[in-house]
Design a protein around this ligand. Sequence first.
Ligand SMILES: Cc1cc2nc3c(=O)[nH]c(=O)nc-3n(C[C@H](O)[C@H](O)[C@H](O)COP(=O)(O)OP(=O)(O)OC[C@H]3O[C@@H](n4cnc5c(N)ncnc54)[C@H](O)[C@@H]3O)c2cc1C
Length: 396
Amino acid sequence: MRHVRVNVGIVGAGPAGLALANVLRQHGISTIVVEKDSRETVETTPRAGLIEQRTVTFLERAELATGLLTNAMRTGSCTFIHQGEAFSVPYADLAEGRKHYIYPQQFLVRDLIAIHGGAGGDILFSHEVTQIDGGDATEPATMVARSTKGAESVEIRCDFIAAADGSDSIAHRAVPESIRMPLRHQHPFRWLALLADVPPFVPEIVYGMHPIHGAAQMPRTATVSRFYLQIQAGETVNDWNDDRIWAALRDVLVVKGHPVTTGTITEKAIIGRSDHVSRTMQHGRIFLLGDAAHTISLAGGKGMNLAVADAEVLGAAMARYYDRDDEQPLENYTRERQPKIWKAVLFSHWLINLLHSTAGDAAASAFSNELRLATIRELRSQGPVARMFAEEYAGE
Ligand SMILES: Cc1cc2nc3c(=O)[nH]c(=O)nc-3n(C[C@H](O)[C@H](O)[C@H](O)COP(=O)(O)OP(=O)(O)OC[C@H]3O[C@@H](n4cnc5c(N)ncnc54)[C@H](O)[C@@H]3O)c2cc1C
C-alpha cells in the first residue's frame, strides 16, 4: 500500500471537492482529491447547468471562472406556462440585476480540474475511497482508497477529511446518524430528467404547470435542452418511451401558436426520490460539503450552487486555521451554512408546490388550483410575491 500525507484529504471531484481543492491550493495548503470515476467520466457527465451570480462572483474572485465567463449564456428572466398561456418574469430586474449563468456542470468540473492540475494540484482519478476515519479529533484522520482499475491501494493521512462525494457519501458510514442528525423528505412523485438535441424554446428557463405533469425546459447549449417531467412514484424509465414523453411535454409546455420542438433524447433518468439535510456537517476531523451534506430537489437549481458555497466557507475556515491557528471558523461551519441551506430548501419546496400537483380528491385539487392561480396573478403583477421569487431564485 502506498502512503500519502497531506493537510486535507478530499473525497470526490465534483464541484464542491474541486472548488475546495483550488481554494486550499491558493493558500498553500496541501490536498489530494480522490475520485472514483475516470477523468473522462467526470468531465463528460451532464447534471446541473444553472449557476447563480453569487457562485460566479466567488469563482471569479478565486480566478476559477475564465471558461464560464467566456462561454456561459446569461439569463435574467424565466417563462411560466399555464393552460397554454405564457408569461415571463424578469427576475433579474427585481433582484438588483442578478442573473443566472447557464453553463453545463461538466464544463465547470473540466475547468476546475484543468486549473488545479495545471497548478500542480493532486487528483487521483479512478480510486474509490472505501474507508474514512476521523471522528476522533485527537488522532490524525485517515482514508483508504482503492484503484478501480487495478490492485493499488493508497492510505492517506491528513489533518482533515472533506467529504464531497455526493448523496451516497462514505461519510454517512463514518459519521453516526446520531451526530449527523439527517432530516429527510420523501417527494410524492419523481422527475424524469432528460437531455435532448432541441434548441431552447426561448433563451431562458421555461416552467410548465399542469394538473398531472409539471415540467420544465432549460437551455444547456444553443442546440441542447434539459427537460424535467413530473411522473408518478414507482414508474420506471421503461414506462416512458420517447413518444409518450413528447406527448406529455407537448401537453404541458404548449403555448398557443408555438408547437413544442422535439428532437433526439440523449439521456433519460429518474431522479428526486427524497431530499436529505444533515443538521451537523462536522464530526471530529471530518467535514461534509455539497450533496454529501444536503441533497435537495432540482426545483430552483440550488444543489450545485450550495455545494460551491459550502466549499467557499469551508475553504476560508481551513485557510484561517492554517494561516492564523484559529479554529473558530471551522467550529462555526455547520452553524454558518445551515440557514443558507434551509433557505434554499424552502424555496425549492415553494417552487415544487407551484409547479406540481399531487394526487388528491376533487376538493383538494380545486383548492390547490386556486392557490396556483393566486400565485400566478402575483407573479404577473411583479409585486411582493414576484420580488420574493426573484430574490430567492436569483440567489443572494
Ligand atoms: C439532472 C440534474 C440536474 C441538476 N441541475 C442543477 C442546476 O441547474 N443547478 C444546481 O445548482 N444544481 C443542480 N443539480 C444538482 C447538482 O448537480 C448537485 O447538487 C451537485 O453535483 C453537487 O455537487 P457535489 O460536488 O456536492 O457532488 P457531486 O457532483 O455528486 O460529486 C461527487 C463526486 O464524488 C465522487 N465519489 C462518490 N463516492 C466516492 C468515493 N467513495 N470515493 C471517491 N469518489 C467518490 C463521485 O463520482 C462524484 O464525482 C442537478 C442534479 C441533477 C442530477
